[in-house]
Every structure is written in structure tokens, then in C-alpha cells.
Design a protein around this ligand. Sequence first.
Ligand SMILES: Cc1cc2nc3c(=O)[nH]c(=O)nc-3n(C[C@H](O)[C@H](O)[C@H](O)COP(=O)(O)OP(=O)(O)OC[C@H]3O[C@@H](n4cnc5c(N)ncnc54)[C@H](O)[C@@H]3O)c2cc1C
Length: 290
Amino acid sequence: GSSHGDSRIIREAYFEDPLYVPIVQRAYELWEELEKETGNKLLLKTGGLMIGNPEFTLVEGARNSAELHKLDYKILNHEAIKAKFSVFNVREDEVAVFEKRAGILFPELCIQSHLDLAKKYGAQIKVEEIVIKFDFNEHEVKLLTNKGNTYTAKKVILSCGAWIKNILPDLKLKLTIERQVLYWFEIENSEQFESKNFPIYIWEYEHDSMIYGFPIIDQKGLKIAFYHGGENPESPNKLNKELRAEELEKMKLAVAKHFPTAKATFKEHAVCMYTNTEDLNFLIDFHPQY
Ligand SMILES: Cc1cc2nc3c(=O)[nH]c(=O)nc-3n(C[C@H](O)[C@H](O)[C@H](O)COP(=O)(O)OP(=O)(O)OC[C@H]3O[C@@H](n4cnc5c(N)ncnc54)[C@H](O)[C@@H]3O)c2cc1C
């Protein structure tokens, strides 16, 4: 699915729309609660840089959200970025919105924490079991699985990511799946790329073209990815998980250009999926009939 790959960015100055700021603020509270109750370290605050030309989508949007919601942020010009974060090879026309509270969530551990607490409060967890059919009426929902089990419930929440169209074909949801590759690189002088010196970042290097990444965590290497621009498999079951030589070349060039002092060597990749709505906003809803 989509919830893997060691790290996920959490950020408050949402460039996409200020509407998301209060939602993500509530998420911060809930992650902290989950950390307390499980004792697991789920969120690492590294600070975040939204880099780009001040008139492009990212910096303009992040600044707008930060202003509107009075967030703790700073605008850094290219000299200030270089002074504080020397490994970022920014151009003279680029600035950054720096937000302190941005950071990293560890998705595998986040999911495990949710499962553990669900169990603690009485949930039964079923794994390796696929819902192949469901019937519903006004009063109940019946799920049939590939193990021949039937489950009946008053309510059902479908959170099946890229598979949502497969399970609700009649709704003809306007969603496209997008293949996304994550890359990890070994870095020679790694200290400058560790989380105490290196924040999470999104970088709009050309208008509406972005790259993003994370500091080195646990010796795994520097993680970096292009934001969008992947191809669209018809179904999540047809996702190509192989890395093509030309994709790797493109990423190697991008790393050399943005972090020329890194002396980076490619280590490994992973393939993930975005599920895009037409306007790229989230889709969270009730079934239209029930
Ligand atoms: C490369 C990449 C980078 C990203 N970076 C960020 C980021 O930095 N910050 C951020 O906030 N978000 C990020 N995202 C988005 C985020 O990861 C996703 O929004 C999130 O993981 C989606 O979770 P999900 O539970 O909806 O889907 P999934 O994690 O895909 O889970 C769906 C689950 O449903 C199961 N399922 C499907 N059909 C059935 C069925 N019929 N029966 C039983 N089970 C079924 C699947 O097996 C799967 O386990 C990123 C995504 C990608 C791909």
C-alpha cells in the first residue's frame, strides 16, 4: 500500500490550503497522545524548509497558511539558508519558509502503535484476509472475505487506499493511482545530513515541480523523492515495483544538483502509491446511499 518507507513528513504551514492547518494541528495533539500511551517515539521534530522562488506555489502557499494561522515561522533568503543549512545548494532567487514544528513520523511504528492500542481496547485484528464482497442495507453490512468468513456489523469504515475503487466499483470514483519512487543514498560526509543539522524539506526547483526529503535516520541513508510526475497504473495490483535505469539517472542528477557536497551513492529504492482526487484534496465521506 502507501504507508511504508520509514518516514513521512508532518508539517503545519500547509501550502496546499490553509484549511488543512487546524486539521494537522489536531493531528499533532493526537500523535502526542499516542506516543504517551504507547511509550513509542513516533514523531521527530526536525523543522521544515519549504524552498523555492517566492512567487511559486510552495513558498507562497506555505507563507499564506503560516500568516493566516499565526504560525511560528521565518522567511530565509538564500544567504540565510546557506548560513544555517550549508548543504542545500539554493539559487539566488530562492527563499525558504522555515517552520519549527515540522518533522517526521515513522509510519510502520505509527501503524503498530494503533494496532496495539486497538487490541488493548478490545479490537480483534485480522491480517492476510481480503474483503472480496460486501452487501449492505439500511441496518447492517455483511463482509465476505477470501478465507470464506462473513462478518456482520452496523457500520464499516473503508480505508483501503489505492484499492478503494476496486471495492466500490459502482461509485465510479474519479481517482487516479500514481506510482511514486523513494530513493535512499549513502552520503560520504554524513554529519551535515543528520537530523540535528538537516530539516525535512520540500523544494520547488521549477514552477510546480518539487522534490522533497528527509535527514539521515538510523544509518539508512538520505531519503529523497520527486513529488508527483509518476505514471498511472490502472489498478494497484498492476503496480511496477522495479526501478528503471533512466529514473535512477534523473534522481542522481537531482541529488548532485541540489546537494553537491553529499558525494551520494545510490543504495536502495521503494515504490509507493498516491491516490489522487481530481483537485488533489482529500476525499473523506459517507457512502452516498447509506
Ligand atoms: C512516496 C510517498 C510519500 C508520501 N509522503 C507523505 C508525507 O511525507 N506525508 C504525508 O502525510 N503523507 C505522505 N504520503 C501519503 C500517505 O503515505 C498516504 O496518504 C497514506 O499512507 C495512506 O494510507 P491509507 O491507510 O489510506 O492507505 P494504505 O496504507 O495503502 O492502506 C490501505 C490498506 O488497505 C488494504 N486493503 C485494500 N483493499 C483491501 C480489501 N479488499 N480487503 C482487505 N484489505 C484491503 C491494503 O492491503 C492496505 O494495507 C506519501 C505517499 C507516498 C506513496
